[in-house]
Design a binder for this molecule. Structure first.
Ligand code: F0G
Length: 458
């Protein structure tokens, strides 16, 4: 078989500045050791997120030029709605300016104080929107997800017996069930069709809605095609349609598998929920046919959704992640396996076994990778996990990960080789260090975006 190869070529480039180690040392100090405070010009390779950072195609840019900016009834809205209908089967569409806005609008309808929202691990803004309404996000991800060495092919799966037990005990408190596919918090890990179907059966038995956080639905479909029995011969679009048929609705951050720089939506089967959500959409986002997006944004998104559900694109995307994963393994860097769909996750507890958790080993690694190679990435660990809303104690999640999130179609495999070499160098030179950082400032919720740190000297 021939090796994979990108089904596109590069038409436009964006220069990057290769800084010196001394410059980076100064910049990270000035940023108070929070990489969100760095200017992008201070970053060489930006793996902070795969969200809104992808490269649009020439067809998407053409769509930008022909977008319809009418306040009401925009042609671009109808194009987007038709594309979402075709891909998901959902009748009703509410555009929003991004994914968390979709959460805000839909949860304004669905989530009440004291309720529970079980599912696989919720993304942080999702959890934030649930907790903001004084409800509880219950993580029912399978245990295998929390062993970074376990080769389970669908580590985003929901633990069915755990969910069933919760429903048997507290069904009246459950607002709805949420599956995030792929499961970002568990490492960009996919959810199998079989698992979604089992959750659907439970939802039916207990009369609950089942919603998908669809930010990376196409990458999830690729894993179903390549890893799950009976799906090898199905097209990505067939799999996508079957996946969505098992849900009642979706929230979408289009900045991921929509391959656009901004955008999101809610898609629903139910007219009643659509109508209830419409009021909140008009209040928070904009009129029903734009919801915080320009017409041109919706036009580019419709095209992006079509491109993201092509097999050749997904194969090159997922193979690039795997390429980085294999290189990191060659350097001995402890990473989560199987590799995720949008990112490689380094296991910071195995990378820095001597840094106590209260000194944030994950963030310590983020800082080291920046200092060594100008690579910016994100901690998905105890900083992001925030404090318990009731006790205000630090929460320590099962995994302390550092995420190298790869923007879509933006970097080449040379960038991956460079990144792996930088990680390998830090692993070789610094893995025995035994101190990290302490917080000097933090916000009451979602603290990782704005917190400030200082190094604990040793
Ligand atoms: N759901 C998932 C699974 C996400 O990964 C994100 C964002 C959101 C919802 C919120 O969407 O950013 O458009 O408001 N994830 C980004 C990330 C920020 O870096 O993983 P948004």
């Amino acid at each position: 078989m021939l090796p994979f190869c990108e089904p596109y070529k590069i038409k436009m480039i964006e220069p990057l500045y290769r800084s010196t180690p001394t410059e980076r040392l100064n910049w990270i100090q000035q940023a108070r050791y929070n990489v969100f405070n760095l200017k992008s010009d201070q970053v060489f390779i930006d793996f902070l997120t795969d969200s809104g950072t992808g490269a649009m195609s020439d067809r998407q840019w053409s769509a930008i030029m022909s977008g319809d900016e009418s306040y009401a009834g925009s042609r671009s809205f109808h194009e987007l709605r038709d594309t979402v209908r075709e891909l998901t089967g959902f009748e009703y569409l509410l555009p929003t300016h991004q994914g968390r806005a979709a959460e805000n609008v839909l949860f304004s309808v669905l989530v009440k104080e004291g309720q529970l929202v079980p599912g696989n691990a919720h993304f942080d803004t999702t959890k934030g929107h649930i907790e903001f309404r004084k409800a509880i996000a219950v993580d029912c991800t399978i245990d295998e997800a929390y062993d970074t060495n376990n080769p389970h092919p669908f580590k985003g799966n929901v633990n069915i017996s755990k969910l069933e037990a919760l429903l048997e005990k507290e069904a009246d408190k459950v607002s709805f069930i949420l599956i995030t596919a792929t499961c970002n918090t568990a490492g960009g890990q996919p959810v199998s069709m079989e698992n979604i179907r089992q959750v659907r059966n439970l939802a039916n038995r207990f009369g609950k809605l089942l919603i998908i956080d669809a930010a990376r639905f196409a990458e999830n479909a690729f894993f179903i095609k390549t890893r799950e029995n009976n799906y090898h011969d199905q097209s990505i679009r067939e799999i996508v349609l079957e996946m969505f048929s098992l849900f009642d609705g979706a929230t979408m951050s289009a900045k991921k598998d929509g391959i656009v720089n901004i955008g999101g939506f809610i898609a629903l089967k139910s007219k009643e929920i659509y109508q209830a959500a419409s009021t909140f959409n008009i209040m928070f986002e904009g009129f029903l046919t734009y919801g915080g997006q320009a017409g041109r944004d919706m036009a580019a998104l419709a095209q992006g959704l079509r491109e993201a559900t092509e097999f050749d694109y997904l194969e090159s995307r997922i193979s690039q992640i795997a390429f980085l994963g294999e290189k990191l393994k060659e350097y001995g860097v402890p990473i989560q396996e199987p590799f995720g769909g949008h990112a490689i996750f380094i296991d910071a507890l195995r990378f820095f076994p001597n840094i106590p958790r209260e000194e944030f080993p994950g963030q310590s690694l983020v800082i080291e990778l920046y200092k060594a190679g100008g690579i910016r990435c994100a901690e998905i660990g105890s900083l992001m996990a925030d404090r318990d809303p009731v006790t205000r104690e630090n929460r320590y999640p099962a995994l302390e990960l550092v995420r190298l999130a790869i923007p879509r179609r933006a970097y080449t495999n040379n960038h991956m080789e460079y990144t792996a070499a930088v990680c390998g160098q830090v692993f070789k030179n610094a893995r025995n260090r035994n101190h990290g950082y302490r917080l000097t400032a933090e916000a009451p919720i979602m603290r990782h975006f704005t917190m400030e740190l200082e190094p604990i000297e040793f």
